[in-house]
Design a protein around this ligand. Structure first.
Ligand SMILES: C[S@@+](CC[C@H](N)C(=O)[O-])C[C@H]1O[C@@H](n2cnc3c(N)ncnc32)[C@H](O)[C@@H]1O
Length: 261
């Protein structure tokens, strides 16, 4: 779904903020595009949120690269196309073994060559991040530094302890930057019953963890990560899609850095 939304945004089909991504449309199944047209008709701000989240993280990565950043660890990478759009950076894409296999086949059959060096790691992040010795399927220390960790559209699929595990790893690598988005724990109480979010839950998509802002920021603090920026979707959507009415901020983006001793 995320890739289909980005395709529509990259083509400019729905108005509002444009995404600069000429690869994503080649990864998407045309039938999915039709589903997204229906989503747009629902009038929830899901489309706007996904587009503005992607633009925000793109901008953050442009700054990371401009500051000399070298490697991006994409957790729950899905069909993320950044390895085709950020020359100069190296990528490690982590997702479930099935998702990694499907993406690699898709890239091959559609003749898409990432512009960057990419390593793929197929693993269950929920399992390895909650293990007694949490891991990411790859050692941050062996990667070309500086490193940024990106978890876009992933946190709500993972148990809270997994985020604790992630921060525990990041904290032992001073200087590593991290950006992620998470769902507000008031979401399901606030939404109208027919809303898209309730429907995905009812249809069995596994939303595992919702967070309060205080809880997420508390975990950053506890893990020795300095919060460097944060934004909620209300603010983001207002900036990128001024005509869309949003009354409640369902998601938040937070970015920080492991403290240097
Ligand atoms: C909503 S998609 C977001 C994909 C991508 N980050 C993006 O923004 O286009 C969530 C991704 O997280 C992956 N994911 C969810 N739970 C996971 C887990 N336990 N281990 C590894 N990947 C997981 C899914 O396979 C999916 O690719």
């Amino acid at each position: 779904m995320v890739a289909a939304i980005r395709t529509i945004a990259a083509r400019g089909d729905a108005g509002g903020r444009l995404l600069e991504d000429d690869v994503i449309g080649r990864l998407v199944d045309p039938a999915e595009l039709e589903e997204i047209q229906n989503l747009l008709k629902l009038g929830t701000a899901t489309y706007e949120f996904v587009v503005s989240r992607c633009c925000y993280i793109d901008n953050w990565l442009h700054r990371f690269r401009a500051d000399g950043g070298r490697t991006v660890l994409l957790l729950g990478a899905g069909l993320d196309s950044r390895s085709c759009r950020f020359p100069g950076l190296g990528f490690i894409e982590v997702d479930s073994p099935m998702a990694v296999k499907a993406k690699r086949e898709l890239l091959k059959t559609r003749g898409i060559d990432p512009q960057c060096e990419v390593r793929y790691v197929g693993t269950d992040l929920a399992a390895i991040l909650t293990a007694e010795e949490p891991s990411l399927g790859i050692e941050i220390g062996v990667l070309e530094q500086p490193v940024a960790v990106v978890a876009e559209g992933l946190v709500y699929y993972l148990p809270k302890e997994a985020i604790g595990g992630l921060f525990g790893i990041v904290r032992s690598h001073p200087g590593v930057r991290v950006i992620l988005d998470y769902m507000d724990d008031r979401l399901f109480e606030r939404q109208a019953p027919q809303s898209f979010e309730r429907r995905i839950r009812a249809e069995g998509e596994l939303v595992t963890s919702l967070w309060s802002v205080a809880e997420m920021e508390g975990l950053f603090e506890q893990a020795g990560l300095t919060v460097l920026e944060k934004v909620d979707t209300y603010e983001l959507i207002r900036r990128d899609f001024p005509k869309t009415a949003v009354t409640f901020s369902s998601n938040h983006i937070i970015a920080g850095q492991a403290r240097v001793a």
